[in-house]
Design a protein around this ligand. Structure first.
Ligand code: CA
Length: 750
């Protein structure tokens, strides 16, 4: 009937007999049926995948359509065809369309999930992939690199699609220019939802990259417009432009860590983009490098980023720079941008012995800089006489270093119906972003049939489950039965734990009242955090005195390998004691390539421990990886711990990460780190930590603090502590020459 209807309607429309009449939809139910349908396909045809789950399906869609009659591969019902397992899609040929597929519950066995090519010589051109979903389609080996979408060929379009939850190494979407058949490509990337990309914890977590340094002097002519970048936090670059003549227009960046970086290539246009940082950490804006870049009519609000991650940065470069380094900024046009509560605008950023050429022949005009509170947001690192400043307006953003071309005034701002703050009064209507600017709405991007769900489950967002004491395996069984987000509330009593507690969901475990619940680990390991797991412990006493009498017991560990989902660990109002049945009894031992998004330990007591407290030091291959993004320890007592309190290691010379961050405040440390097995010979050992605060704490009769600075311009402050019977602070600068950059202020030594 379907066939008849199709042919009938074609006849009724009176279209010419020929290919049109023969054009057909072919519904296929198996991989072999797909292959035979593909052999017979003619322009105008559609191959329709039957609804259902297609496992281990490496789709090779190679065909030749025409401009009038493309060949389509689509889902029977958009969103109802799930491609899972070891699967991918390659398309090659001309005038092809792919529509409505969902990739989830699997990963690609090759280096791309969707590739616009069959091989190096057979590419796709004039083709379109629309309304596809790639959702958490991750190689379980986080180090195994792949792209989710790789554009090759020319005149291709990727639109109205959903890409979220990439957790393994590799750019989410890449435009490749590595042969002449892929250069001057005129691709269009539009109306896509780039959903949350969690912090990768190393280089290679960009969301979109156009080109590579090798081909960066080649023009790409890719248009990136009307996309929504929602918390794309992978690394310091959200978008990395590494080619010329691209247009990045009318995109929204929502609470995304990092920046849109014009890293390589010349003559790019950045226009009408909107950045809403909402004060989230490391939210940045636009970074300008190289020649002939135009940045106009953009709106940036609430961005906290600094240095290369600033709300706005114009970098210093090098004249005749090597292709992989920093080209001098020449002929940049920066106009009609609005900066509201942007913490940092940096000019001449990165100025050093190598990057010694400031911007030249450039203009910065009619920009509006507004701050709620008075602050000088400008940082100027070199001679800026190569930028002609004109008609810029500042409100509460004074800079002693900027005179000509800046007027200071009091502005009244009003939020318009598009959600943007605009200055009131005709005098300012030509300053800053235009009033006509309309940021693309989240609801207007991606396929309409796929929900843009939050991918993070909060602690305590599920139900409350009461757990009884004195019942065999009651906690083990409650954990196994709980759903993610649930909270287990333990009745007063003693809980002897006879089995490993596997945490593969977001779980809170607490006693109603502190001091009423004692947990007694009976195995070598108490908790194992697995993929998808996060753990919050509150009001508990954990007593190791009934642990097995063997060396190397562990209270909490992650999977030893294969941790590709980052986790959170919170410990509060909890007492951990007597981890001393044998030697080297550790509190937390992170596995290789595990990444804690956050570890937060507060108002807790740790006493009589023979091992280390926090072992976050497995990434010793110096590839720029590390085991915790943010570690906060506040208002705790650490006493009689033989090992190191913290061993944190971030090696390598790559500068693509913001972390690790370490905040250690208001703690009491006594008799810590003096055991003969403490290899670090330290109480706190920090290698390559990017941001450190050790403040308002007491260290008594304890091993010293050892800090090894590596790359990045690490920000380390040690302030207002009391040290009694503690060896002197040891700092090593492994990367920069000259004096230590540690701020050591107001400490008392006895
Ligand atoms: Ca990078």
């Amino acid at each position: 009937m379907q066939w008849f209807g199709k042919i009938f309607s074609v006849l009724v429309l009176g279209l010419s007999l020929s290919a049109q009449l023969l054009a057909k939809d072919v519904l296929v139910e198996s991989q072999s049926a797909f292959k035979s349908a593909l052999k017979k396909v003619v322009p105008g045809d559609a191959i329709v995948l039957k609804n259902g789950v297609w496992s281990d399906f490496e789709i090779g869609f190679f065909a030749e359509g025409t401009a009038q009659q493309p060949i389509t591969l689509r889902a029977e019902t958009p969103g109802k065809v799930i491609i899972s397992g070891l699967s991918n899609l390659r398309l090659a040929g001309n005038y092809l369309v792919v529509e409505g597929l969902v990739f989830k519950n699997g990963y690609t066995p090759t280096e791309e999930v969707i590739a616009f090519k069959r091989n190096d010589t057979h590419l796709a051109n004039h083709s379109r992939v629309t309304q596809v979903v790639i959702d958490n389609f991750n190689n379980p080996d986080r180090d195994s690199s792949d792209y989710w979408v790789a554009l090759y060929g020319k005149h291709n379009r990727f639109d109205h699609s959903y890409l979220a939850g990439k957790r393994n190494l590799g750019v989410t979407m890449a435009v490749r220019l590595n042969s002449s058949d892929s250069q001057q490509n005129h691709h269009r990337i539009d109306h896509n939802y780039f959903g949350h990309r969690p912090i990768l914890g190393s280089n290679g977590g960009e969301t979109l990259r156009v080109g590579t340094s090798t081909y960066s002097l080649t023009d790409s002519h890719t248009v990136i417009e009307n996309n929504y970048f929602d918390r794309c936090d992978g690394e310091v670059e959200i978008i990395s432009i590494k080619s010329g003549k691209n247009v990045i227009r009318n995109n929204v960046f929502f609470e995304a860590r990092g920046t849109l970086t014009l890293r390589h290539g010349n003559g790019n246009l950045v226009e009408g983009n909107v950045f809403f940082g909402n004060g989230a950490e490391h939210t940045g804006g636009i970074r300008v490098i190289n020649s002939d870049q135009v940045v106009r009519n953009n709106y940036l609000e609430g961005l906290t980023g600094t240095r290369f991650g600033s709300g706005f940065a114009v970098m210093n470069g090098t004249i005749n720079a090597p292709i992989n380094r920093y080209g001098q900024v020449v002929n940049a046009q920066i106009e009609n941008n609005t900066f509201i509560n942007v913490d940092n605008i940096q000019l001449g950023a990165g100025s050093d012995a190598e990057r010694n050429a400031p911007p030249v022949n450039s203009r910065m005009q009619k920009n509006l800089v507004f701050n709620d509170a008075a602050a000088d947001v400008f940082k100027i690192f070199d001679d800026m006489s190569g930028i002609a400043f004109a008609d810029n307006v500042l409100h509460n953003a004074d800079s002693a270093n900027l005179k000509q071309g800046f007027s200071r005034t009091k502005l009244t701002m009003k939020r318009n119906s598009a959600g943007l703050l605009m200055p009131q009064g005709d005098a300012y209507k030509n300053v800053g972003a235009p009033a006509s600017l309309q940021p693309i709405k989240k609801s207007a991007v991606g396929p309409q049939w796929y929900e843009k769900k939050a991918d993070r489950v909060e602690f305590g967002s599920g139900k409350v489950i009461n757990v009884k004491a004195g019942v065999e395996n009651s906690l083990f069984n409650a954990i196994a039965a709980a759903a993610t987000g649930d909270e287990l509330v333990l009745a007063p009593g003693r809980y002897k734990i006879a089995k490993l507690l596997e945490i593969n969901k977001v779980l809170s475990i607490r006693a109603k009242k502190s001091g009423t619940v004692v947990i007694l680990p009976g195995r070598t390991t108490l908790f194992e955090i697995q993929n998808g797991g996060s753990l919050k412990l509150s009001n508990l006493t954990i007593d190791g005195s009934e642990s097995p009498d063997s060396a190397g017991n562990i209270l909490i560990r992650t999977l030893k390998s294969g941790m590709y989902v980052s986790y959170r660990l919170i410990v509060e109002n909890t007492k951990v004691e007597n981890l001393n049945i044998n030697h080297s009894h550790h509190f937390l031992n992170a596995g290789s390539r595990s990444l804690a998004e956050e570890i937060h330990i507060q108002n807790s007591e740790f006493n009589k421990i023979t091992g280390d407290l926090l072992k976050l030091d497995k990434e010793i291959d110096d590839l720029g990886n590390y085991n915790a993004e943010t570690l906060i320890m506040d208002k705790n007592r650490f006493t009689n711990i033989e090992g190191v309190l913290l061993s944190m290691y971030r090696g390598g010379t790559d500068e693509s990460t913001f972390g690790p961050h370490f905040l250690f405040t208001n703690n009491h440390v006594e008799k810590v780190g003096q055991g003969s097995r403490n290899k670090r010979q330290a109480s706190l050992y920090l290698h390559g930590v990017q941001f450190t605060r050790i403040n308002n704490s007491q260290f008594m009769d304890t091993a010293g603090i050892v800090i090894e600075h590596t790359v990045g311009d690490p920000d380390t402050e040690i302030r207002a502590n009391r040290f009694a019977k503690v060896p002197a602070l040891k700092v090593t600068e492994l990367h920069t020459k000259g004096a230590s950059t540690v701020q050591y202020i107001d400490n008392r030594e006895e």
